[in-house]
Design a protein. Structure first.
Length: 91
């Protein structure tokens, strides 16, 4: 069952507002609250875009980029571990 696009948009707006609050109260360069709200924006945006597509067959012109300037892909971060050789089990 798909989420209502208006609800997803509201969640995205809330995620952006939470990030603004966290950024304005930042406690250092790697503040975990800012990082968490940053990731919350990504999750909320993806939910909104999926809801928008499911309801209206429409997408936004927005793309999420990672720190390296490449398009952000959560699946590829998980698959990085799959490329590594397995480590031998400790005996």
């Amino acid at each position: 069952m798909s989420i209502d696009p208006r609800e997803a948009l509201s969640a995205l707006t809330t995620a952006l507002e939470e990030h603004l609050v966290a950024a304005s109260a930042r406690r250092g360069e790697e503040d975990p609250i800012v990082e968490a709200t940053f990731l919350g924006i990504i999750d909320a945006f993806e939910a909104y875009e999926e809801a928008l597509f499911d309801a209206f067959d429409e997408v936004t012109p927005l793309v999420i980029y990672g720190e390296d300037g490449e398009e952000f892909d959560e699946d590829s971060e998980d698959s990085d571990d799959a490329d590594e050789e397995p480590k031998p089990a400790a005996e």
